[in-house]
Write a protein that binds this ligand. Structure first.
Ligand code: ZN
Length: 160
């Protein structure tokens, strides 16, 4: 799948909008963390819209809704995580001077070739918990040898 490359400043200034879908093939890094047997269930939809001056600068509003097949880190069974995320980014050549860690808005450097897939993948990687677990009670824990390998298990040890 080809990545969606956009001119981010132009979309913001012209207040254009676009929607799209990303499949497992389009995001190598995200695949690392999901249940590989169910990677076809990975479903990512996005909507991007440009705004000329919402934050006194050209900006982009991004909404991502995704269904992520993960492995529960408590019972090691499959689980699905549905997330809906939204972001605002101001687009300019240089980081605005007044930009002091406002949590609601991020800055992205103006680019004629911004890889939108990569941005969405980055945001999803941040949104996925390191050790996802079922909301409800899990089935009794299976303690068999040959447990499914899960890259999050290694990450979990690292943050301890
Ligand atoms: Zn579970």
């Amino acid at each position: 799948m080809k990545p969606t490359v956009i001119n981010n400043l132009e979309i913001a200034k012209k207040q254009e909008s676009l929607t799209g879908k990303i499949t497992a093939k389009g995001c190598d890094r995200l695949i690392e963390g999901i249940d590989r047997t169910k990677q076809d269930d990975l479903d990512i939809n996005y909507q991007l819209s440009g705004h000329a001056s919402t934050f006194h600068l050209p900006s982009l509003h991004l909404t991502v809704s995704a269904s992520l097949p993960l492995v529960c880190q408590r019972c090691l069974e499959a689980m699905q995580l549905d997330v809906t995320l939204s972001f605002d980014y101001v687009i300019s050549e240089e980081e605005p001077a007044s930009f002091d860690g406002d949590d609601d808005v991020d800055w992205i450097e103006a680019s004629r070739e911004m890889n939108l897939n990569e941005l969405i993948e980055d945001e999803l990687l941040i949104a996925i918990p390191l050790a996802p677990t079922h909301d409800h009670a899990c089935k009794p824990l299976k303690l068999e040898s040959g447990e499914k390998h899960n890259p999050f298990a290694a990450l979990k040890d690292l943050v301890k």
